[in-house]
Design a protein around this ligand. Structure first.
Ligand SMILES: CC(C)(COP(=O)(O)OP(=O)(O)OC[C@H]1O[C@@H](n2cnc3c(N)ncnc32)[C@H](O[C@H]2O[C@H](COP(=O)(O)OP(=O)(O)OP(=O)(O)O)[C@@H](O)[C@H]2O)[C@@H]1O)[C@@H](O)C(=O)NCCC(=O)NCCS
Ligand SMILES: Nc1ncnc2[nH]cnc12
Length: 273
């Protein structure tokens, strides 16, 4: 099935990756600190997910029971299969693991909300109730970076955002993007940095090997926005230097990128762009 929700999901992935210069992330000018991927890997990865978005749409559209955690459970099975499709399309490189999770939730929830006239962030909260406890607190085989970070620092990462109903998107990124003026490139770069002012990015913690790095990121992003963001000469120069610093230190902002992707998706759905 082709409809605007699934198309907007793919558009969101592509809008994010073509935006440049993004510190710590792949863009058309540079793979940044991700030497195993480039812009073409992201195009292949994005296109490999179109069937997944259709599946996520259908799950939301067809779901009729009262307990929305069951809808998330159905989606998760499709998400696991989508990760395999992504790895096949990218020859084993992790481009979009976080986005498969987050954007799948948004597509499914948006489809459910259109059918049932409910509010999306509340719907997501209901879908993801108990996720942190299920995946992190009751799991005694913590293997992935996010799982280990929960054990070490109590950071809930991608799962916590989902269970809380994506407050960073709802309260910070989406209102900011809606108001921001300038070119689309400026708006998306500034929104990425706005996200970085408040995100505990598990990807960055893993690369840096410490939790204190989050303070560094949040201070950097705040300084950039204080300078006037990408619309100002000082902001532009600051972002270029920040980009270079992430490259030299091998710092990735993968979690912030995923939150930008779902913010773009919501902005497209609400005609803010
Ligand atoms: C819940 C899952 C997302 C998986 O969690 P998992 O425990 O497997 O992994 P985490 O380490 O927790 O990573 C989750 C990814 O989510 C992104 N992220 C990080 N912080 C946040 C945040 N605060 N809010 C939202 N999202 C966040 C981030 O994804 C991006 O980074 C990835 C690229 O990283 P990179 O470093 O290049 O690649 P690596 O493979 O890590 O290797 P190196 O290069 O470093 O050596 C990329 O994916 C971005 O999108 C985090 O990485 C979900 O997958 C899950 O539920 N998994 C279980 C299986 C399942 O049910 N799957 C189906 C889901 S519907
Ligand atoms: N542009 C990007 N670079 C690296 N990881 C990402 N995850 C999502 N978008 C990304």
């Amino acid at each position: 099935m082709n409809n605007s929700i699934t198309q907007n999901a793919t558009r969101a992935l592509l809008y994010e990756v073509v935006t440049l210069p993004k510190p710590g992330l792949v863009d058309p000018l540079s793979p940044g600190p991700h030497q195993d991927m480039n812009i073409y890997t992201f195009i292949d990865s994005s296109l490999s997910l179109t069937n997944y978005f259709t599946a996520a749409f259908n799950i939301g559209h067809d779901f009729k029971a009262a307990d929305l955690t069951e809808m998330f459970f159905k989606l998760r099975q499709k998400g696991i299969a989508a990760e395999k499709d992504m790895f096949q399309a990218t020859n084993g490189i992790n481009t979009h693991k976080g986005a498969i999770f987050a954007l799948g939730i948004f597509v499914c929830a948006e489809s459910y909300c259109q059918k049932n006239q409910t509010e999306i962030f509340t719907t997501i909260k209901k879908m993801c109730t108990g996720l942190v406890e299920h995946d992190l607190k009751l799991n005694n085989q913590l293997k992935t970076a996010g799982e280990k970070e929960f054990q070490q620092y109590g950071a809930g990462g991608a799962r916590e955002q989902a269970e809380l109903g994506y407050p960073i998107v709802r309260d910070v990124a989406l209102p900011f993007l809606k108001k921001r003026t300038g070119s689309l490139q400026t708006k998306l770069l500034d929104t990425l940095m706005k996200i970085a002012t408040v995100t505990v990015d598990s990807n960055l913690i893993k690369r840096a090997g410490n939790y204190e790095i989050i303070n560094w990121l949040q201070n950097k992003a705040t300084s950039y926005l204080k300078l006037g963001g990408y619309n100002s000469a000082a902001g532009k120069k600051y972002l270029q230097e920040f980009n270079q610093e992430c490259l030299e230190k091998n710092y990735s902002l993968g979690g912030c990128a995923d939150l930008l992707i779902v913010t773009i998706f919501m902005a497209l759905e609400r005609n803010y762009l």
